[in-house]
Write a protein that binds this ligand. Sequence first.
Ligand SMILES: O=C(O)[C@H]1O[C@H](OP(=O)(O)OP(=O)(O)OC[C@H]2O[C@@H](n3ccc(=O)[nH]c3=O)[C@H](O)[C@@H]2O)[C@H](O)[C@@H](O)[C@H]1O
Length: 430
Amino acid sequence: MKHIESPSTPGKFKMEKPPYNRLRLQSSIAKLAFWSLVFLGMMFVFFYRSPSSSNPAPSDRSRRSLTSSYAGPSFEKRVRQSAKPRSKHGMSVLVTGAAGFVGTHISAALKRRGDGVLGLDNFNSYYDPSLKRARQAMLERSGVYIVEGDINDGALLAKLFNIVPFTHVMHLAAQAGVRFAMKNPNSYVHSNIAGLVSMLEFCKNVNPQPAVVWASSSSVYGLNTKVPFSERDRTDQPASLYAATKKAGEEIAHTYNHIYGLSLTALRFFTVYGPWGRPDMAYFFFTKDILKGKSIPIFEAPNHGTVARDFTYIEDIVKGCLAALDTTEKSTGSGGKKKGKAQLRVYNLGNTSPVPVGDLVSILEKLLKVKAKRLVMKLPRNGDVPFTHANISLAETELGYKPTTDLRTGLKKFVQWYLSYYVDGKKSSH
Ligand SMILES: O=C(O)[C@H]1O[C@H](OP(=O)(O)OP(=O)(O)OC[C@H]2O[C@@H](n3ccc(=O)[nH]c3=O)[C@H](O)[C@@H]2O)[C@H](O)[C@@H](O)[C@H]1O
């Protein structure tokens, strides 16, 4: 420390300069090492907590951008073959969320009638991915190829749109579930907002622009008390983050229609159920738990009020979706520029016959021949609404939509499938 004590002595100062510099160098290295560690730590936290990784569990593949399996002639051939319609008037549809419940049924129905279908799905683990793999295997047997990837992967979307000039996009990839939004809010933003924007960005940029039909939700009616719910009713009081992201999606769709001339149709699905359904939904896990002899929580509204849903059978929903695709008008823009006013639609797809959750359980008891252990409890404050009831007159008039399956008939088909898949097929239902 002498050099500090007598810095004015030129000789000494000169002599002691090297140790001073060494010390400064050492302290700089220490600082550099410290800040590098801080930086690395921040990078780790950023990537660990980034929206894509806080998504329930996008597959590893979906986190990578373009992998080698997305390149090369054999990949392109598979994509082209799958997306090619049987006749030249058929559609070529990109179905996102194709390994999901609704996506699987719609992909199969489109393929059956001769349209070209390419699936896209990230196979995340929000619920058992082996069920999604089984749906994928079923679709593959009917000629539908599902590309494994995320709707937020711009490079992948570019690749797919380069290979196929899709005439339509059926956008079903989403983070579903009302109650899970309290556990993992980021996954809803990632899929239902960022993912939707990512898709629409692509759709508006390509030439020709496809027409887009996408899944909104009955949950947008939120705290609305006017029944039955009509498309003209207010939807500015969502009761869950899930509902808020679907409502945001409808507003985002409006802007892409307004600015870029994209043809957009939102379908508000009302509690869709049926074979190959979603294990997170009440009818599905009630079935599992009744068979296991476990008690099932049945929610009731304040003052012992009934909680009811306008349960809608999957085949009716499929018909509504196909009709929506068939009645789309072409987008009017090209290469990101609007050329004229384009179609913008919103439809309720419900059953227009609400059933109390307790009655749903009674139907299941009869079909399963097992008495349920009912645990009646207050509707938790977790985003659930007490009832839903669709007014479907707009879809009836404009799409020819007419649901024909009552809850008992639909649940019978679900139970038959459930028993053959999980009991006879010995699959684990977790
Ligand atoms: O139409 C929609 O837009 C949404 O439909 C579906 O949501 P919901 O109608 O809430 O279906 P679901 O969870 O099966 O609960 C059914 C009933 O059981 C009651 N319920 C639920 C759980 C429980 O433990 N007990 C209970 O009584 C519960 O209170 C409710 O009354 C989709 O999941 C959602 O993704 C979205 O698509």
